[in-house]
Write a protein that binds this ligand. Structure first.
Ligand SMILES: O[B-]1(O)OCc2ccc(NC(=S)NCc3ccccc3)cc21
Ligand SMILES: [Zn+2]
Length: 265
């Protein structure tokens, strides 16, 4: 089968052919985060703020892999995540984005059915598990919390100066398969809201094949602002078939028996 993607021929509705879990899994991601009514997110007063330790990255690769653009620091990076719903310390692996071809679509998670124009995923893996010692092993481990992904919605507004080094680089990785070594340092901490207190959290999966059900998801309530020009820069990135990547987001999956917790009322 042609490698997976987001077109009619190889998009989310076809992924079950290579990844049966797409249709049989009971903890698939993304989901629609419902805030009122029966199956709504339940406030949990025990949920603490998320703690990130992100020293500025000094060495990283920025890659267009045909289905997203990904920022991956060298293995030696010391960035870590803890707190929130987590009991262990997680190591930063990479961040990437999902976006649409207009401002009314693009995010993977939704809030009461509302999509944002894009979503940023900060991917981490449990560095204290005795069962694995790399991201790749973590994905294949069947451990329900092998990974922790922080999701941030992007909305259109003022230009985001902290993300400018990334959005300015998009034209350099226009072609699928192309990558550049990131010039200079990148301060990811500056991209995030100061307080990481208000979030939804639930057990889910990767939103792309292999769709492994190994992710503790933490999706923040407060969107990050980017300018229209910055959004347009994502929409000019090619998918390797001579077309821009426009809509690399998976539709929401059934919640099944899962509950979503909210760290805020
Ligand atoms: O659901 B996500 O889009 O957000 C969180 C997240 C993390 C990782 C991916 N996929 C990756 S890294 N696949 C390549 C790979 C897959 C399996 C082993 C190694 C390498 C997708 C997502
Ligand atoms: Zn993602």
């Amino acid at each position: 089968m042609a490698p997976w993607g987001y077109s009619k021929e190889n998009g989310p509705a076809t992924w079950h052919k290579d990844c049966p879990i797409a249709n049989t899994g009971v903890r698939q991601s993304p989901i629609d985060l419902i805030t009122t009514g029966q199956t709504c997110a339940k406030y949990d007063s025990n949920l603490k703020p998320v703690i990130v330790s992100y020293p500025a990255f000094s060495e990283a690769t920025f890659l267009n892999n045909g289905h997203s653009v990904q920022f991956q620091p060298s293995a030696g990076n010391l960035s870590e995540l803890s707190g929130g719903p987590l009991t262990k310390k997680y190591k930063f692996e990479q961040f990437h984005f999902h976006w649409g071809n207009n401002d009314s679509e693009g995010s993977e998670h939704r809030v009461n059915g509302k999509m944002y124009p894009a979503e940023l995923h900060l991917v981490h893996w449990n560095s204290e598990s005795p069962n694995f010692s790399s991201f790749q092993e973590a994905v294949g481990s069947n451990d329900p919390h092998a990974l922790c992904v922080l999701g941030f919605f992007l909305k259109v507004g003022a230009e985001n100066a902290s993300l400018k080094p990334i959005t300015d680089l998009l034209s350099k990785v226009k072609n699928a398969g192309s990558s550049v070594s990131f010039p200079g340092k990148f301060d990811l901490k500056a991209v995030l809201p100061e307080t990481l207190t208000d979030y939804y959290t639930y057990d889910g999966s990767l939103t792309t094949p292999p769709l492994a059900e190994c992710v503790k998801w933490i999706v923040f309530k407060e969107p990050i602002e980017v300018s229209t020009a910055q959004m347009e820069a994502f929409r000019a990135v090619d998918d390797g078939h001579g077309k821009p990547i426009t809509g690399n987001y998976r539709p929401p999956c059934p919640l099944h028996t899962r509950t979503v917790a909210a760290s805020f009322k």
